[in-house]
Design a protein around this ligand. Structure first.
Ligand code: GLV
Ligand code: MN
Ligand code: MN
Length: 402
């Protein structure tokens, strides 16, 4: 696959959902840009004579070979984004999947096993709060009744959002028959750090995903006047919130883990009024589950202590939790060998592959990202590296399906 071939298909997707302000992407599930991305995918798949179908969770599938046959080799990723995210996180795996099928056909390959390409819904959890929502629903890791009630920032439920997009929310839920037909899953993804840059390698293979999760933090206090309320009389939840953010940062550094508070909503959000409530979201990740638990416990304890000092309220509620994932070692080693001993690396980022890994032998390929930036507009991979990624994915599918 040439870099120009990659670039031509890549460019056809780029205009959809690009937000003018910073060149980042806003592609939230079931909203207009996501629906346009889905149409783009269906058209590209049909142009290739693939059979397109959708499960009850909005996960889109395209099949080369019999969609009802067992032991399929499936690749894919997602097309939704974080708010003002980069172009590559998710779409690179989908575009590469389409092009890997082109590449295999041009090689004259006839797969013995069906090859599937999937676009998972709401991988980022950017709209409804739960990461990898589509793959969790497919595998039964998420209760469909709970999913239907999840709401976005405007109070629109997942059920309502699906209905507005002509999708039936009553069909949400596990699909063991479909899952049972998948014999192997491989997700290609842009690397979200600089490990491959440091190793001078365009493509790597994943070993593991750090355990991680999201917790909602609710701080409550008393709304009052900024100019007349004595400092000693205040019950200001913003102060408790600030202390919790600092505690999370300190604890993550101390425990060699990662903690981020990237989203906050204050009420009433007025310059000259003490806030009545602050809601914020803690994203925490660590190399092992014991450290993750210890990190979150420490944040909870320190925020509780600070709330007692400030006369405020504090509550921590889990929204989305993902255990450690160790990818199938036999599959990983087989792919790394086929790719000429590609480097093997762990990641702190979550993926649908991590959810699938509990059910199906699963692997991931990473493509070098020279900026090392992800979830932001500076996320980048060169066309040349992306074309090498397509070839690596084609090699992998050929190894597994032929
Ligand atoms: C998804 O990209 C995540 O790791 O949050
Ligand atoms: Mn992401
Ligand atoms: Mn992703």
């Amino acid at each position: 696959m040439s870099p120009d071939r990659f670039a031509a298909l890549w460019r056809s997707l780029l205009p959809i959902g690009r937000a003018g302000r910073d060149g980042g992407y806003v592609r939230h599930s079931w909203a207009a840009a996501d629906l346009e991305c889905r149409e783009w995918f269906a058209e590209e798949a049909l142009d290739r004579n693939l059979t397109v179908d959708t499960d009850g969770n909005g996960n889109l599938f395209a099949w080369w070979g019999d969609p009802t046959a067992a032991d399929a080799v499936v690749t894919g990723s997602h097309l939704d984004s974080v708010p003002h995210g980069g172009a590559y996180d998710g779409p690179l795996g989908v575009v590469s999947g389409l092009l890997a099928i082109d590449e295999l056909r041009e090689r004259g390959v006839t797969p013995r096993r069906p090859i599937g390409l999937v676009v998972f819904t709401e991988e980022e959890g950017a709209r409804f709060g739960v990461a990898c929502l589509g793959s969790r629903l497919l595998t039964g890791a998420m209760d469909p009744a709970r999913a239907r009630k999840l709401t976005d920032r405007d109070g629109v439920s997942l059920a309502e959002a699906m209905a507005r997009a002509d999708a039936d929310p009553d069909r949400l839920g596990p699909d063991p028959a479909r899952l049972g037909r998948i014999g192997a899953f491989v997700e290609l993804h842009i690397e979200q750090g600089r490990a491959l840059v440091d190793l001078d390698a365009p493509v790597g293979v994943a070993s593991a995903i750090w355990p991680h999760g999201r917790w909602r933090m609710d701080f409550t206090g008393e709304a009052n006047h900024a100019g007349t309320t004595r400092m000693t009389d205040r019950r200001d939840p913003m102060v408790t919130f600030a202390a919790a953010v600092l505690a999370a940062n300190e604890e993550a550094r101390r425990q060699d883990a990662h903690a981020t508070v990237g989203r906050v909503e204050a009420t009433p959000n007025a310059t000259n009024a003490i806030a009545s409530t602050v809601a914020a979201w803690l994203d925490a990740r660590a190399a092992d589950e014991a450290t993750l638990e210890s990190l979150v416990d420490a944040v909870r304890r320190r925020a509780d202590e600070r709330a007692a000092h400030d006369g405020t309220g504090f509550a921590l509620t889990p929204e989305s939790e993902s255990p450690t994932v160790e990818f199938d070692t036999a599959l990983r080693d087989r792919i790394a060998a086929r790719l000429g001993q590609a480097p093997v690396l762990p990641t702190g980022a979550g993926h649908d592959a991590g959810v699938l890994a509990a059910h199906v032998p699963t692997a991931m390929l990473f493509v070098r990202n020279p900026t090392g930036v992800s979830h932001a507009p500076a996320e980048y991979a060169s066309d040349a590296d992306c074309a090498l990624g397509v070839n690596a994915l084609a090699d992998t599918l050929e190894e597994l399906a032929c």
